[in-house]
Design a binder for this molecule. Sequence first.
Ligand code: PXP
Length: 247
Amino acid sequence: MKNLPRLGVNIDHVATLRNARGENYPSPLRAALLCKEYGADGITAHLREDRRHINDGDILEIKKKVDLPLNFEMAPTSEMLQIAIKTKPNACCIVPEKREEVTTEGGIDVIRNHKSLVNLIRELKDNSIRVSLFIDPSNDQITAAKDIGADIIEIHTGEFCKNVHLGLNFESSFEKIKEASFFANHMGLEVHLGHGITFESIEKLSEIEEIKEFNIGHFIISESIFLGLKDTIYEFKRLIEKGRTSK
Ligand code: PXP
């Protein structure tokens, strides 16, 4: 099968569940090991400033014991930069972070944050870490991401996914993602997608030829309650292939 997009599983919410009771289960490490066994292509984890789900120990353990590329999501702070350099993940995905938000609400504004991003990106790259910027589907942001030295952009799919789930018209939000993916690929950036993706939205997104990777978390962990992690991953992989080959 030619070049299907990779599936990265975000295991943050295994830690959310663990932390809800202050126990040592369910284990994010165990989840990550099983994700590999069931065919996931990568593991994503977001070490938040407030450590509300994943903690420092989880990151180190997963990097050490799971033989899959680690996509380390982080806010652009010097604390996270030091942890990234120590951990040496395959890639760092830079995300905006607000303490009061429930989840990452939008992409990072690369233009406005140029000053705080430029040195951080250089240091990551000097340490052989690929840099991904989580941005909204905007050509100005993509151009700024390229100029500042990113290797990858991850496009925030929240608006499109919400439209799909609410049964609203999703064409214009889909076109925005599609056009941004084409533009970014043309600029020499690798294109990933993430946020809010479910079984309902993955097939359509998989039609976009430029996509190299999906990063999906909340729905995978949620659906695992009913289907189990294995069948949830299998179903995502089946739908990715279906979407990609239906064109
Ligand atoms: N990609 C990025 C950059 C994110 O911040 C998140 C949310 O943590 C995800 C992907 C996964 O989003 P979701 O949990 O909605 O699948």
